[in-house]
Ligand binder design. Sequence first.
Ligand code: NAD
Length: 493
Amino acid sequence: MSVSTAPKAAKIARPKVRQTKMLIGGEWVDALNGETFTTYHPATEEKIADVPRATAQDVDRAVKAARKAFEEGPWPKMDARDRGRLLTKLADLVEAHLPELAALESLDNGKPITDATNADLPLVVDCLRYYGGWADKVHGQTIPIRGEYFCYTSREPVGVCGQIIPWNFPLLMVAWKWGPALATGNTIVMKPAEQTPLSCLRMAELALEAGFPPGVINVITGFGEAGAALVKHPDVDKIAFTGSTETAQHIMRDASQTLKRLTFELGGKSPNIVFADADLDAAIAGAEFGLFFNQGQCCCAGSRLFVEEKIHEKFVGRLVERAKQRRLGDPFDPATTQGPQVDKDQFDKIMDYIGRGKKAGAQCVTGGDREGTTGFFIQPTVFDNVTDDMDIATDEIFGPVLSVLPFKDIDEVVERANKTLYGLAAAVWTRDVAKAHRVAKSVRAGTVWINCYDVFDAAAPFGGFKMSGIGRELGEYALANYTEVKTVTMSLK
Ligand code: NAD
């Protein structure tokens, strides 16, 4: 792999960090006990900023502010069109500050500025606009029932929503969570990941500028302890969580005390299936993008690459050539295509999996090592001739490590693709339309891409079967996560 030493385009300047405090009830505040934690730039391991470390007391303060805004503020009485207009205005403000927000993502997360600018941020803007459009279109039904009654339903906000998000797409996760929650009239307490709080805080600043009333959006910064306090809080009506399956299990246990509504978007080990009759150029590009995009830190990463035996050798050879072309380096260099992993914990976890793959006898055909000595860079790594039982074939690695598994025919590959606890996404590459749809129908996954990978749109629902999640984000489906249905029956006698 090449390290980008001679960039053609000028490097993007690092952004100024404007906001490091928490937002509670419209005020920018420190933690009540004054504690902070430090965030680091993953490419250099240099300190970025100190951010408040919230405890249960701060969470309680934020929940009270969200409750007040829900019960007493202008928010519940606001015309749905005006709520939608605020979301649209926030979308406009994000668009106007797109370079600054993209640079904050690169600083906090380490993702290449080109990806943050061209992938993450445009999807954020789209998502906010999309849900701005939904605000005045969420309605109930009139239902014919037996007897002389008039029966109708209405859709009401769930109330105070705790939203806990990860570090891999920090701002996009904010948009996926805020969009449907705000369109339907809920109030929010959000906890961004401890690795990447800065872009969320800046976006909260923009939300105040857009005119969201105090207390409608609250942001607390901190670790899992703050997330757990939010989950346990009796006055939080719902938790929306994106992150690891293990943390979701904790959350489910903690939420059982108050029977909160829960939606989860979790991990995966998604099969990417390439048949011999596929457009190989497209499939090779899709295999590379499907795994290595965002340094492999995608819940839907195509980490199990099933390749039909007939083309296996040729395919892997060309894929390895592509993997070697990836340019690792400074996230602020527009020529960089792969940045560092987000932090030392993730780096260590991935390196451990690479070691386990080698030990298990999988063939490491490229990569397999750290890149450089500073920052959490890992070489794009491809393991060939992986078997279904190896850890690198069963576990979510969340890094730039691809497992190639050869297969013979469609029935075999579908059965093997489904042999996982997960069911988030899958892809199939073939020119045979019937075969593509047979696979799409048989694979147990929330999203199936045919001859493409990682195609996201605010209008298309996304979420997991099995242990990959509960509920769907995006599209009309996400609105159901944030509304309660009320049935009203009136006697006509
Ligand atoms: P995590 O699930 O621990 O963290 C995600 C969020 O949950 C963070 O905001 C964190 O502070 C919070 N959290 C942690 N413990 C909590 C608790 N007990 N109660 C409430 N909130 C809590 O993820 P991680 O440690 O950052 O990453 C570990 C693994 O998770 C990764 O290696 C990857 O496999 C997976 N992951 C998946 C996604 C995804 O998009 N599905 C995103 C990030 C990480």
